[in-house]
Design a protein around this ligand. Sequence first.
Ligand code: SF4
Length: 441
Amino acid sequence: MINIKFPFALTLSVCYAIPGRVVSVEGKTVVVDYFGETRKAHAVDCPVRPGEYIYAQGGIIVGQISEAEALPILAAWKERFFELKKVDAELSSASTEARGALGAAIKKAMAGEALSREDMLAVLSTRNPAQLETLYFAANRLRKERLGNACCVHGILEFSNHCRNDCHYCGIRCGNRTLKRYRMDAEEIFEAVGHAADKLGFKAIVLQSGEDSFYKDEMLAAIVKKLHERFGILITLSIGERSRECYRRLYKAGAYGALLRFETTNEALYSRLRPGKKLADRLELIKWLKRMGFVLATGFLIGLPGQTAEDTANDILLTKSLGPDMHSFGPFIPHPITPLASAAKPAQEDVLKAIALSRLADPQAKILVTTALETFGPGARAAGLLAGANSLMINTTPPKYRRLYDLYPGKAGTDEPLEDAVRKAVELLRSLGRAPADLGV
Ligand code: SF4
């Protein structure tokens, strides 16, 4: 692995987004320059003018910064930015030549052609280690060529482990009577987000909970508004199926992102694993969130018992067709206190194949390495990033609650201080030549 030496203090003091200079503004669309590369960002409620400096996350302008503050940060970043690109180029330079159906699928993706269902099934059926390696190289190369080395880093705050639903694959389902439940109050949420944003430089935070009706719409709106007004961050909601009115209200309060997975396209499997729930309702809500203007993250679970390769291909195709700003999918990990306790966990290879195939099928996508992937071991996140992913999630939940957000067993970093998790993530990104930044769309 190639190592670039940066002073640690400098690494941690820089933010998880690089400031950009506004080049032009047309309506709400802003063109931003990052060291000569331009990206577009959306000014939802942050009017800017050419020449000003901004931070963007998920394609949304989340805050401004004065020129006097921006220039030293950019000067510190400039050399690193290009050194990181060199490392990334080196790590993406391996051959992507493969024989047979896999080779044909890779060639198509590289040429910008859409993959057929047959191509996708051929990729998913690949088992040969050398061929798999080529698949990951190809996906990583495509990521580099289409999107460069920016990697957005989101913090996730799990603020309540209460849930009214009983999903068979989930450890915090209401049927789990052994779990100690918690709820963070508005002050605790504010403090935890403040620590992540002010002390550690996070520019994007996901507020996650079970479907917990204790938090009324007005409570959530007040929390979001306060966070939005105080911190220049992208706030993403991961709170399940709430009413459209609730989401509308929270968007107005300043939460511009929504994370809602559809879990599986297999309708029968969906109804069996999510009692009382309908896939069609979930999809309607996801589509509505996109239409509403939310920065949308969606996806599915990999390795559910009864799921087939055809299902996974359909899951990837559906994710793409929903036009998300981020693909978010993770492995099913059986929890001992669920009806699926004795089911098998998928192999790491299954998750990496899904990441790589998602990249081939949707080259422009932001693809997240979920925290659940880390249950496969310390190298899993790096493997995900080298198989085509370009986004990371760090758990910013206070340690006293982290273990209680017990979605699946073996959750990584439950006792780890946040500062250590951040340092490790930055070191990982640096070793892979990725800039911990979100350069917009
Ligand atoms: S998966 Fe989500 S909705 Fe289902 S029980 Fe778990 S937290 Fe609740």
